[in-house]
Design a protein around this ligand. Structure first.
Ligand code: NAD
Ligand code: TYD
Length: 356
């Protein structure tokens, strides 16, 4: 692969695939995409890149150190953008082991091989190299209704096995900068939504259930608050942080769009009422179900550092982004059919069977 390649991990997942598509469109530079293709990874999301020599897909585990070492030797990437993770809180409650394995041990293996590769680069290339670690706002824990939003100085207080495993990886990344001088940048982002999101997450789950006239399962009282960011805004923020972020720093990324879950679900229903009036009102499908154990009440992001230091701000508003998302799912039912397979149905039975 030609010079200037980057290595992306988890580039067949929701955000990773959006990132790879946007990167090749905007930068025109080659990407080596290492992804294990778990249930959440899907090459259909990258179908647009079929035959494009700038995209090289490698099926494999970030924890496979021999594989990672050989990819680094062969492609000599100038940066690594690390998305690969187990990412769903509810799954981490049912089975935390995979989260520790990939998010902690896998990230550790990737860091170790990156350190070995980076330490033998000529010093000018060492200075230019970046390890960009993609993380979440969930590492900061839960806010009360009037608490100020999370800043980069907010102490870590992860509450789920998912957020604890991401926090552990953030700490490892931090230590590789402070101890070995590896030029790392960490981003902590709020909830993403948009095309290619696996329908276990709130917004696509509600769209698909509503289309099938199935109940819309809202956990607890539906008043938990998340900050929502359209996925292409997150991808742009990662590109900006990679280009201009200072080594050793962390950057919070958010959409400035705090919503209660019930308001999000009602907004999805209202859009579907317009687009599929025969089935209106979709709100009648809303069903309050047993809450998630340890459910964080509120997340909110102060993205002032991204704005002031790197000049990034989200472009998409929540209402227009949500409409684009609903329309994307309606227009891409083939993609949906591809992911809503046997494994997906097993998950729905496991997670929602006992909540009903
Ligand atoms: P996702 O679950 O959709 O995709 C994860 C991808 O990683 C999949 O393609 C999967 O096959 C791959 N993967 C998993 N284990 C692997 C392993 N051991 N080796 C190689 N590949 C592996 O996740 P996402 O929503 O796209 O999230 C991407 C990253 O962004 C994660 O690190 C997540 O913590 C972070 N993040 C997500 C959100 C969000 O709202 N989705 C918000 C903030 C941060
Ligand atoms: P989710 O998309 O799983 O993201 P996260 O837990 O990482 O924030 O959930 C977003 C919010 O929606 C969260 O407060 C849990 C809630 N939720 C439901 O009420 N019902 C559901 O079926 C799902 C999947 C989530």
């Amino acid at each position: 692969m030609s010079a200037g390649a980057i290595l992306v991990t988890g580039g067949a997942g929701f955000i990773g695939a959006n990132f790879v598509l946007a990167w090749i469109a905007a930068e025109g530079a080659p990407v080596v995409n290492l992804d294990k293709l778990t249930y959440a990874g899907n090459l259909d999301s990258l179908a647009r890149l079929k035959g494009d020599t700038r995209h090289r897909f490698v099926k494999g585990d970030i924890g496979d150190r021999a594989l990672v070492a050989s990819l680094l030797r062969e492609h000599k990437p100038r940066a690594i953008v690390h998305f690969a993770a187990e990412s769903h809180v509810d799954r981490s409650i049912h089975g935390p082991a995979d989260f520790v394995q990939t998010n902690v041990m896998g990230s550790f293996a990737l860091l170790e091989e990156t350190r070995a590769y980076w330490s033998q680069l000529p010093s000018a290339e060492q200075d230019r190299f970046r390890f960009l670690h993609v993380s979440t706002d969930e590492v900061y824990g839960s806010l009360g209704p009037r608490d100020p939003a999370f800043t980069e100085e907010t102490p870590y207080a992860p509450n789920s096995p998912y957020s604890a495993s991401k926090a552990a990886s953030d700490h490892l990344v931090r230590s590789y900068h402070h101890t070995y001088g590896l030029p790392t940048v960490t981003t902590n982002c709020s909830n993403n939504y948009g095309p290619y999101q696996f329908p276990e997450k709130l917004i696509p789950l509600m769209i698909l259930n509503a289309l099938q006239r199935k109940p819309l399962p809202v956990y607890g009282d539906g008043r938990n608050v998340r900050d929502w960011l359209f996925v292409s805004d997150h991808c742009e923020a990662v590109r900006v942080a990679l280009a201009r972020g200072r080594p050793g720093e962390t950057y919070n990324i958010g959409g400035n769009a705090e919503k209660t879950n019930i308001d999000v679900v009602r907004a999805v229903c209202a859009i579907l009422d317009e687009l599929r009036p025969d089935a209106a009102p979709h709100e009648k499908l809303i069903s309050y179900v047993q809450d998630r154990p340890g459910h964080d009440r509120r997340y909110a992001i102060d993205a002032g550092k991204m704005r002031n230091e790197l000049g990034w701000a989200p472009r998409e508003r929540f209402d227009s982004g949500l409409r684009r998302t609903v329309e994307w799912y309606l227009d891409n039912m083939k993609w949906v059919d591809g992911v809503a397979s046997g494994e997906y149905r097993n998950w729905i039975d496991l997670n929602y069977g006992k909540r009903a």
